[in-house]
Design a protein. Sequence first.
Length: 208
Amino acid sequence: MTFAPPLRSAFRQRPAARGDAVSGRLAPGPLRGLSLIEALVSVALVALVAMMAGPDLRDWLWRQRLANAAQAVLGDLQLARSEAIQGARNVIVRFGGDESGVSGSGRCYVLHTGPVGGCGCRVDAPPVCEAGAQAIKQMRWQRGQGQAEVLSNVPSMLFSGRQGTVSVSGTVEVKLDGIGSVRHIVSITGRVRSCTPDAGMGRLPRCA
């Protein structure tokens, strides 16, 4: 007894191709990862480049940090004057902080309304206000290597309502050891002029 051979399909299955003539896209092939030797070589090259550019890269990063801190302080001084003019109220910038140099210490300032000294800034906590004073903003600057420090030659500045003049002119200095410093000089009119005493920040004029 004989059996008829099985019927063959009229359509043959096309073998998988590396490319598609219609779409022009390549079919995904097997993925190849990095070998251990290649990974070690890559890590060694990155470490070598970082070691060669280490001091320069660090100075650049710290210079950027100083510039950002100086810009933040300038913005807050301008904010205090703007709030005084627009709100028709006195706005005080009061400086404070811990000068002991122990770990966790630093500098701070608080913008507030109310009487002079109505709010005090805290390096490790929110500001404390009394006698009807209200804090607008507090900034804290932790002490440490590579951190900017904010210093003022006056304990506080009062920007008067409507006029924006300041009770006493003063200078706020933002500095970073080994990099340089920026001084914001607040005139009696309440306007701020920025300069650098050591020409460390190229875009600013040298302080007279």
